[in-house]
Write a protein that binds this ligand. Structure first.
Ligand code: HEM
Length: 391
């Protein structure tokens, strides 16, 4: 392979850590309860929203976001705290503030524009405002992550946790058990990465899927029919997913049309090569746009149309995660694709199984995005009507 992103010994080691402790298939089995609780909590919120005002449009984002963030905290540091005292900031901060500091601010910081990029010959001019903002975002996120790590260390030292407790099974515990393999700064960065990665992209994908389903009644009904046929009166669960090809197609079509990671990190070209008809010189860094074509390099037919059926006739397995380029590829491929698929598919399936969704008036063309990961600018607003009961 001539075009690679970095994957030295350190990358190999931490990828093994993250897959063994949280994101690989065995670890995902251990964390199954967290995903089920997340979905049931969001459904409980939706039921409560329409209990007194059945005609009110619901917005699932705030609840789904906080539930995902709670799951991310449990996976990363063992439990989801409602608030934490951050010594370096000198104050107690709420869970919502933690979310902003660890997830929202870094996402916004990543797309902060430096006007000097447009005038490289003016690079020497200081841009103090931008530099101060970025430094602040970095310091605050590290301070909060350190506080979370220290809290877990305190619990371990005080004997509050024992080896039989399910709470021992988190990424931080795993990293700590590796002894001196990591510096404090590496430990803090790795824990923060899991929190931000688990908290955002899955919410973005689920919200876009629900937007498209609420907008396209026929597709929604076709999905509901599939769920009814496979699940009957049982609650849809992860065990049903391999038998729900249309639900899987909805997931892949949503990633194709609204990918939260449309461009993968830069690839470094190690030797002169030909790529897509272009001669690329050794030493070049290239960005790859994941949207344009499918895994065989073929262009999508009618790419602007949101049409899950395009993923039905390829003879692939429902749970195959490599049906688009959305999760990247090779050694740097997404480590969290299984978790993203399990949560999104089970959540979308349950939301459609329990409610009929219809877009609120005026939302039809509302496809603008914000933030690094293609978050829907205006949160989805939809009317939901309960369908028949499942047990
Ligand atoms: C729909 C949701 C998601 C999408 C579309 C997505 C996409 C991606 C992409 C395109 C990459 C870069 C791959 C490459 O360079 O070839 C990546 C890397 C990564 N993702 Fe995801 N991701 C998603 C969800 C998640 C989740 C939920 C987690 C963790 C909880 C996660 C953890 C990671 C990690 C750790 C890497 C770095 C892998 C490495 O460098 O070896 N992702 N993801």
């Amino acid at each position: 392979m001539v075009a690679t992103s970095d994957y030295g010994d350190f990358h190999r080691m931490v990828k093994r850590f993250i897959l063994s402790s949280v994101l690989g298939s065995n670890a995902q089995m251990r964390h199954r309860g967290l995903r089920d609780t997340l979905i049931e909590n969001v459904l409980g919120y939706l039921r409560a929203q329409i209990k007194d005002e059945p005609l009110r449009a619901v917005n699932l984002r705030p609840e789904f976001q906080m539930e995902l963030f709670s799951l991310a905290l449990k996976e990363a540091v063992g439990r989801s705290l409602e608030s934490i005292f951050v010594e370096e900031l000198g104050s107690e901060i709420s869970k919502r503030e933690m979310f902003n500091i660890l997830v929202v601010d870094p996402m916004m910081g990543a797309i902060d524009v430096d006007w000097r990029d447009f005038f490289p010959y003016l690079r020497w001019v200081p841009n103090n405002g931008l530099e101060k903002r970025i430094t602040q975002v970095l310091e605050r996120k590290m301070a909060v992550t350190r506080a979370l790590i220290n809290e877990q260390r305190r619990r371990i030292a005080s004997g509050e946790l024992c080896y039989d407790c399910p709470a021992i099974d988190c990424y931080l515990d795993f990293l700590l058990s590796e002894g001196d393999a990591l510096s404090e700064e590496q430990l803090t960065s790795l824990v923060w990465e899991v929190i931000i990665e688990a908290s955002d992209t899955t919410m973005v994908t689920t919200e876009w899927a629900m937007y498209e389903l609420a907008k396209n009644e026929e597709i929604q009904e076709r999905l509901y029919e599939e769920i009814k046929e496979v699940c009957g009166s049982e609650k849809l669960s992860e065990e049903h997913l391999p038998r729900l090809p249309y639900l899987s197609a909805v997931f892949h079509e949503t990633l194709r049309g609204h990918s939260p990671v449309p461009i993968i990190p830069l690839r470094y070209v190690h030797e002169d090569t030909q790529l897509g008809g272009y001669h690329i010189l050794s030493g070049t860094e290239i960005a790859i746009n994941l949207y344009a074509c499918n895994m065989d390099g073929r262009e999508w037919e009618m790419p602007e149309k949101w049409n899950p059926s395009r993923f039905l006739d390829e003879g692939s397995k429902s749970i195959d995660l490599r049906r688009t380029m959305s999760f990247g590829g090779g050694k740097r491929a997404c480590a969290g694709s299984l978790q993203a698929m399990l949560i999104t598919c089970a959540a979308v399936g349950r939301f459609i199984q329990e409610f009929q969704w219809r877009l609120k008036e005026g939302q039809e063309g509302d496809t603008d995005t914000v933030q690094l990961t293609g978050v829907k600018l205006q949160p989805l607003q939809a009317y939901i009507t309960p369908r028949c009961l499942v047990t």
